[in-house]
Design a protein around this ligand. Structure first.
Ligand SMILES: [Zn+2]
Length: 292
């Protein structure tokens, strides 16, 4: 059965337990990554998953808590790859294609490191010891900028794209639905409750929905709640309303602020969600893996 690993379930505020967003759909041999927030590559290793088993990376939007580990991940995947490793596919809202080229292209900011690893004999030895063949190739990839409504089919999954309601017009934001032979999962990225995301999630098995904070802020008002950010992000009630209206089976609350993640606050979030949504509600800790 396909499962989803919650690698990152925090916000831009680093804490010992949470930092940024990242998820991996595990299809048994093939991994699909959604978002690549802070320390994703390390969290991937901590989950026992291999960077080279990731076939595709999907980015929901270009806030740094969702993409800042992308250069690390791209370089590690290239560095660890062998002739058997598939070419990585990267998807996301514009300008995803340009960002990847600006990182690891021949004119990218990491070109000096890549050039040194290709040319220096010591680096070549490390590479050939791992099974690589000389001459060592420059990283190759395919990247595609997506817009709402785009669909892509691969052997083990089909992805459908919808608009998420977040910080437009400054950044385009997307939600993704993955249909696999053993179940379907929707990952909202950052979004307020909106018709497009609800429609995308209709009839899915599992919904991972951002759950930033309590909209009333209670006594633990986060600085971003005070700035009105919560209007661009679901809290527990809005996440549960999406889950209920879409008829999913399981709601996983992710992307929690430090105040939301405190035990009394997260328990309150689950209670609020369960009053609205009849299915299973999970408040995600980083490292959690759930069956889709
Ligand atoms: Zn965001």
């Amino acid at each position: 059965m396909a499962k989803v690993h919650v690698l990152g379930s925090g916000t831009p505020t680093p804490t010992p337990d949470r930092f940024g967003s990242s998820y991996v759909i595990d299809l048994g041999g093939e991994l699909v990554m959604v978002d690549c927030g802070p320390a994703t590559t390390h969290k991937l290793a901590k989950a026992g998953l291999s960077a080279t088993d990731v076939s595709s990376v999907f980015l929901t939007h270009h806030h740094f808590d969702h993409n800042v580990d992308l250069p690390c991940y791209l370089l590690v995947r290239w560095d660890q790859s062998t002739p058997d490793t598939s070419e990585l596919e990267v998807f996301g809202p514009q300008p995803t294609s340009a960002i990847v080229a600006e990182l690891i292209g021949t004119e990218g900011v990491f070109r000096r490191d890549i050039h040194a690893r290709i040319e220096h004999p010591a680096s070549q030895r490390v590479y050939t010891t791992r099974g690589g063949e000389l001459p060592r190739p420059w990283p190759t990839w395919s990247a595609q900028d997506l817009v709402p409504g785009d669909v892509a089919e691969r052997e083990n999954w089909t992805v459908t794209t919808a608009r998420a309601s977040h910080v437009q017009p400054y950044l385009d934001s997307l939600a993704y639905r993955f249909d696999t032979p053993t179940g379907s999962v929707v990952i909202t990225g950052d979004t307020a409750r909106c018709a497009e995301v609800t429609e995308l999630a209709r009839g899915a098995n599992t919904l991972l929905c951002c759950c930033w904070d309590h909209p009333d802020g209670d006594e633990q008002v986060d600085e971003c709640v005070a700035e009105g950010m919560v209007g661009n992000m679901c809290g527990p009630a809005d996440a549960a309303k999406i889950a209920a209206e879409a008829g999913v089976e399981q709601l996983v609350l992710v992307h929690a602020t430090p105040s939301m993640a405190r035990p009394n606050s997260s328990e309150k979030a689950v209670r609020i969600a369960e009053e609205i949504f009849d299915g299973t509600v999970v408040f995600a800790q980083e490292g959690l893996a759930v069956d889709i």
